[in-house]
Structures are given as structure tokens and as C-alpha cells.
Design a protein around this ligand. Structure first.
Ligand SMILES: [Fe+2]
Length: 251
């Protein structure tokens, strides 16, 4: 009850009392109601109710995250992630093919062909899912990154072992390399088809990682050897920056 209303009601009450229209008991009861802000029906006045509602905090709206980006829907997050992942896998297929053409190690060449096929399949599956979700492919890896990677991977001057080491240096160790996929999977509640697709691709990505780790060990450039050979300041993981978020670049 506003102060103006309260004063008005008090005046009306006093007027009625002075004229003898209400008893002492009713006067006192009405006076208490006006003072307490509760009307004769026992309900709290609307003004007081509105004030209570203003004080009640609204729950924050749900957000979905992908890296540093936030989305207001699961679909928005998935369209963004699938498109970026697709672009990385497509370039991965191209890059591994370039490497396989110049590799002098038969075991490495065989593995690279298998990895290239997986990357290519992932790119096609992700593009198809993007289309199902009503979105067009837009993402591309930065042009300079692609050109630098092509130059290095098709080089006959750079040893296979050094290319393997450089690949692993750019990735976080172990499961952290696939964390971007795990983070998205953990947020999916409605799109079960995309969820299953990403889970299957995840299995392949882990297989690719495992093969690279084993190859690095065979060639004597495993993580332990790489850590000794490469100064910390120039370690690839410290430089990863925008050119690689785990396997999302396809490399
Ligand atoms: Fe990949």
C-alpha cells in the first residue's frame, strides 16, 4: 500500500469513527489492518506482491559452449562444431595424402593411407549431418596454416620422423587431444543422431592418435624424446594457438 493510499484510508476511517458509524473495536481492527498493509480480505496489497516478485531472481538462461563460443541452443552449438570439425577433417585428408606421396617409410605410408581414408569419411559424414540440420558448410582453416602445412608435409627434405614428432607436439597429450569432442558430447541431450555420429568418429580419432604415438615410439621420436629435443619455449603445444584445437583441425 502506498503512503498516499494509507493516508486516504486513515482519513476515511477517522471520519466514520467520529460520526459514530463504527464501533471502537471495528475502528481498532481497521486501524491495525491499515498499519500492517493488509486489506480487509486478508490479502497482501498488489504493490507489496509486485515488490516481492521484483526481488526474486530469474534463473539464468541455459547456454551451450564450444571452445570460447556460447550458443543459446543445442542445435546452434552443434552446427558450429560440426562445421569446424568437417573443415578440419577435410583438410586432414588432403594433408595426409600429400605426406603419404613423399614418405619413404613403407609402414608409415600404409598407416597414412588408412588415416587419410578415415579423415575423408569423417568430413563427408559431418557435411551430410550439417546439411540434415539445415546448415551450409562455411568453416575453413586459416589459409596461411593450410599453405604452411602443405609445404611441410609434401617436402622431401623434412624426415618422416620429424613430421611425426611435429604432429604430436601440436596436440595435447592423451585424452585431452579429443577433449573438444568430449565437451560437445557431454552437452547433447536432444540430437541423438549427431551424438552417435560423433561418438563413432571419436573412436577413430583415438585410433589415429594411438597409431601416431606408436609410430613415434618406433621412429624414436616419442613424447619423452621430443621433450628433450625441443626447448620448452618452442614446444608446439605452446604454439598451437588458432591453428589447432586437438584433432578438430584434422591433423
Ligand atoms: Fe581427424
Amino acid at each position: 500500500m502506498s503512503e498516499t493510499n494509507r493516508q486516504f484510508e486513515l482519513r476515511q476511517l477517522l471520519k466514520a469513527y467520529r460520526k459514530g458509524l463504527i464501533s471502537d473495536a471495528l475502528f481498532e481492527e481497521q486501524l491495525r489492518e491499515i498499519d500492517s498493509g493488509v486489506d480487509a480480505t486478508g490479502e497482501t496489497p498488489a504493490v507489496a506482491t509486485a515488490a516481492t516478485e521484483v526481488r526474486s531472481p530469474e534463473p539464468p538462461p541455459r547456454v551451450w559452449t564450444c571452445g570460447s563460443r556460447q550458443f543459446d541452443s543445442e542445435r546452434g552449438m552443434l552446427v558450429h562444431f560440426i562445421d569446424e570439425f568437417r573443415a578440419g577433417e577435410a583438410f586432414g585428408a588432403e594433408a595426409f595424402a600429400l605426406w603419404a606421396e613423399v614418405s619413404t617409410d613403407p609402414r608409415l605410408r600404409g598407416g597414412l593411407h588408412a588415416v587419410r581414408e578415415r579423415e575423408d569419411a569423417h568430413a563427408r559424414l559431418l557435411a551430410a549431418r550439417l546439411s540434415d540440420l539445415g546448415a551450409a558448410p562455411r568453416a575453413e582453416l586459416p589459409a596461411q596454416f593450410r599453405e604452411t602445412a602443405r609445404t611441410k608435409l609434401r617436402s622431401r627434405e623434412i624426415r618422416d620422423a620429424d613430421k611425426v614428432r611435429a604432429f604430436l607436439e601440436r596436440l595435447p597429450e592423451g585424452e585431452a587431444a579429443v577433449q573438444p569432442i568430449l565437451d560437445v558430447l557431454a552437452q547433447i541431450e536432444r540430437d541423438h543422431e549427431t551424438c552417435a555420429l560423433l561418438e563413432e568418429i571419436l573412436v577413430d580419432e583415438i585410433a589415429t592418435l594411438k597409431w601416431f604415438e606408436e609410430t613415434a615410439t618406433r621412429l624414436g621420436v616419442g613424447r619423452a624424446a621430443a621433450a628433450e629435443a625441443v626447448p620448452a619455449a618452442t614446444n608446439g603445444r605452446a604454439q598451437a594457438g588458432d591453428d589447432a584445437a586437438g584433432l578438430r583441425t584434422g591433423l
